[in-house]
Design a protein around this ligand. Structure first.
Ligand SMILES: Nc1ncnc2c1ncn2[C@@H]1O[C@H](COP(=O)(O)OP(=O)(O)OP(=O)(O)O)[C@@H](O)[C@H]1O
Ligand SMILES: [Mg+2]
Length: 417
């Protein structure tokens, strides 16, 4: 029983779901474990049932076979998605493949085609795995968990050369979205003097990063578990010191050592940094795998960002370490996003629109992505940015398994060119 390929069928038309089920019902090695009628239902059922293969209709009324494929491939990485679509949806299919789908079937397809695709994606699935989502507190990590956690977590620093343009907004929302997508995530308020994370997430805690730094020699899961604050999303948060002058107690080499250990305990570590370029801040930028660099569509921001790019060259950061994100995006400004790309000769990874929802979220101490404001344009843009990050790191992980990647399905190979 347990050796069977467990399949989830997703299609908004009940007859189609039934037809697909019938095509599979006599296959000894396949078991249909569920049906979903929408993208949202598919995501929920995939998280719950953890199928090996998801047969996904791409064109559903909630439009979101692509979004569902993307979320499922990142949050249920053992699930291989096969798209079911009609000929005219070629562009959709391409986007779905980029979103992590492994293969596609053109409707109408035969039982043989279907079963061949199911077996093929299952047999050639990559061996790379993101660590499974876990809600257990850090102090309850078992030896088995510890072993999995040895895979290094990803560190993302959010930085802007000038203050006040959205670092904390981006950091808290990306961190909450990662956590809600099932990743074990830690948010560090690296703006050590005047950190806002506590206020913007409405977290009041007595302990802070100072408590970890002071006890570095004892650093383990239990210590971290006892000093991090917990946000209702499941996110762990390490707050800034309670008084500005205490920031001086933190040294750059301690930050480097701390991050090394934390990588073993979390899938993602997001650092909200301040805008100064002191030793401690530079240590946070150095240790990061990615720096989300926030810019605005104005001249001073362009000038400062350009200077930061010069600095990052001097620091010998790899080019793809820095991701440029425009905040307060608007098409009413004289400097356009295209001007920014042309001037800086750097791609813009995401544009977060100007949206007053950001102010109300900050005032209420609620993250945009998980509040009643989650359907606002800025919240959707933040969700999208999070998914891009997840995909990027998932791809990075897959590179390690080069041999396995070469065995990926025929279309996945095609799109890797
Ligand atoms: N896209 C946006 N549209 C409208 N308001 C925004 C947007 N992004 C952020 N804000 C608001 O701008 C203010 C400053 O944002 P935030 O605190 O995230 O910036 P910061 O770069 O962390 O600032 P600081 O340098 O003070 O740490 C907040 O009130 C926030 O809600
Ligand atoms: Mg801030």
């Amino acid at each position: 029983m347990s050796d069977k390929i467990n399949v989830l069928i997703v299609d908004d038309i009940p007859e189609t779901r039934e037809n697909v089920r019938k095509l599979l019902q006599f296959e000894p090695d396949v078991k249909v474990i569920g049906h979903a009628g929408s993208g949202e239902e598919a995501i929920r059922m995939a998280k719950e049932l953890r199928p090996h293969v998801v047969l996904m209709d791409i064109n559903m009324p909630d439009a979101d076979g692509i979004m569902a494929s993307q979320t499922i491939t990142t949050t249920v990485p053992e699930a291989q998605v096969i798209i079911m679509s009609v000929q005219s949806e070629a562009d959709y299919i391409r986007r779905a493949m980029l979103a992590g789908a492994r293969d596609f079937l053109m409707k109408p397809f035969s039982g043989d085609e279907l079963i061949e695709a199911v077996r093929n994606v299952h047999e050639t699935r990559p061996t790379y795995r993101m660590p499974p989502p876990t809600a257990s507190p850090i102090s309850e990590l078992t030896a088995a968990h510890r072993k999995k956690a040895v895979r290094e977590g990803n560190v993302i620093a959010v930085f802007s050369p000038k203050g006040g343009i959205g670092c904390t907004t981006v950091a808290i929302n990306v961190a909450v979205a990662l956590s809600e997508n099932g990743h074990k995530t830690l948010l560090i308020d690296g703006s050590l003097q005047f950190g806002d994370v506590g206020v913007m997430l409405n977290i009041k805690a007595l302990s802070s990063v100072i408590d970890v730094i002071e006890r570095m020699s004892e650093l383990d899961h239990d210590l971290i578990g006892s000093v991090v604050a917990r946000h209702e999303s499941g996110l762990s948060v390490l707050l800034a010191p309670p008084r500005p002058e205490m920031a001086e107690l933190v040294k750059h080499d301690e930050i480097r050592a701390l991050m090394k250990s934390l990588r073993e305990m979390f899938d993602f570590i997001i650092i909200d940094t301040s805008s100064s370029l002191n030793d401690v801040n530079l240590a946070m930028l150095d240790v990061a795998d990615r720096i989300i660099l926030i810019a605005r569509q104005d001249l001073t921001s362009l000038k400062n960002v350009s200077r930061f790019f010069d600095l990052s060259e001097d620091l010998e950061y790899e080019r793809d370490k820095v991701m440029l994100v425009v905040n307060h995006g608007s098409n009413k400004l004289s400097i356009t996003v295209k001007d920014i790309v042309d001037t800086l000769k750097w791609p813009v990874t995401a544009v977060l629109p100007e949206d007053e929802a950001a102010y109300s979220a900050a005032d209420q101490g609620r993250p945009l992505v998980s509040s009643t404001l989650k359907r606002r344009p800025i919240s959707k843009a933040l969700d999208q940015l999070t998914i891009q990050l997840q995909n990027e790191f998932a791809r990075k992980g897959m590179v390690v398994e080069e041999e396995e990647v070469s065995r990926l399905g025929r279309l996945a190979r095609l799109f890797r060119r």
